[in-house]
Design a protein around this ligand. Structure first.
Ligand code: ZN
Length: 306
């Protein structure tokens, strides 16, 4: 088990009052260092342009990487490009690529990428919803193209639908995308009838759904579908904003629900993927809940490992 992170990921600063703030990552990394003193930490490398171009177009790379920025610049009402943003975005995407290489080379079985900005809203051509590059999609595409995998799954339990990840893979049968998310809620996608080429599985949840509804949807619908796909590598878009204390949404999960789901996912990864899992931080906006849930998630990821 290894954690990938980089100090540059705290230097992407969308400005005062923004929910997706540098202190989020401080909360996560402090929590993990405190609870897991023996865990292996590695600095994330930068993603290369070639790795990013597997899922994004040239214009988005130029916007994020080549725009001269001397102060915060709004790309949309939620998404900001600031002086530290391009380096943070490169490290966040690079973490996933390095984690894929490490698990595929057998150095480790599991990795958690403690990075920001998050990624799952970024589409092939647009940064949006706090996201600049789609970190998990860059990693999944790397697993397919570089390591020749033909079945990888991206499981997304962030409270928002990962419209970007879905848009990137909805015609690519090598990648299954499974998501539970609140609806209605930003970005207003993720209806159950959005099925891609049979590789997209959406489970929208009404506001105020709690642990029982969440666990039932995963137990009855999403986990069996994932299991029958038999992924060779399992990715997790680990957003913790469905927690009951999160200010941006109205799903009422307890911290323990994240441990429960992570355990279920580990069992599937052990059955089909030789235990290989790459998890990446997405959302989570109550600092204490975010810290607590990250610790619970990583504790469950570590179980059964030496
Ligand atoms: Zn979210």
């Amino acid at each position: 088990m290894r954690i990938y992170s980089h100090p540059a990921c705290t230097r992407h600063d969308p400005g005062p009052g923004h929910a997706e703030r540098p202190l989020r990552l401080v909360a996560v990394t402090e929590g993990l260092r405190e609870h897991f003193s023996d865990i292996d930490w590695e600095e994330a490398p930068r993603a290369s342009r070639g790795q990013l171009l597997r899922v994004h177009d040239d214009a988005l790379l130029a916007l994020v990487l080549d725009t001269p920025v001397d102060g915060p610049m709004a790309l949309d009402p939620d998404t900001v490009l600031a002086p530290g943003s391009s380096e943070a975005a490169l490290r966040a995407a690079g973490a996933g690529v390095a984690a894929v290489d490490a698990v595929m080379h057998g150095e480790i079985k599991r990795a958690f990428c403690a990075v920001r900005p998050p990624g799952h809203h970024a589409t092939p051509s647009a940064a949006m919803g706090f996201c600049l590059f789609n970190n998990i999609a860059v990693a999944a595409a790397h697993a397919c193209d570089k390591h020749g995998l033909s079945r990888v799954a991206v499981v997304d339990f962030d409270v928002h639908h990962g419209n970007g990840t879905q848009a990137i893979f909805d015609t690519d049968p090598r990648v299954m995308y499974l998501s539970s998310h609140q609806m209605p809620l930003y970005p207003d996608t993720g209806y159950a009838n959005e099925r891609g080429v049979g590789n997209i599985v959406n489970a929208p949840l009404p506001p105020d759904s709690g642990s029982d509804v969440f666990r039932r949807v995963w137990q009855d619908q999403l986990l069996p579908t994932l299991d029958s796909f038999r992924p060779q590598l399992l990715f997790i878009s680990a957003g913790f904003d469905a927690h009951k204390r999160d200010p941006l949404a109205q799903i009422q999960l307890e911290t323990d629900d994240y441990a429960w789901l992570t355990h279920q996912l580990m069992a599937i990864a052990l059955r089909h993927a030789n235990g290989r899992v790459v998890s990446m931080l997405e959302g989570g906006y109550d600092l204490a809940a975010l810290r607590e849930c990250s610790v619970a998630h990583v504790a469950a990821l570590r179980e059964g490992l030496d």
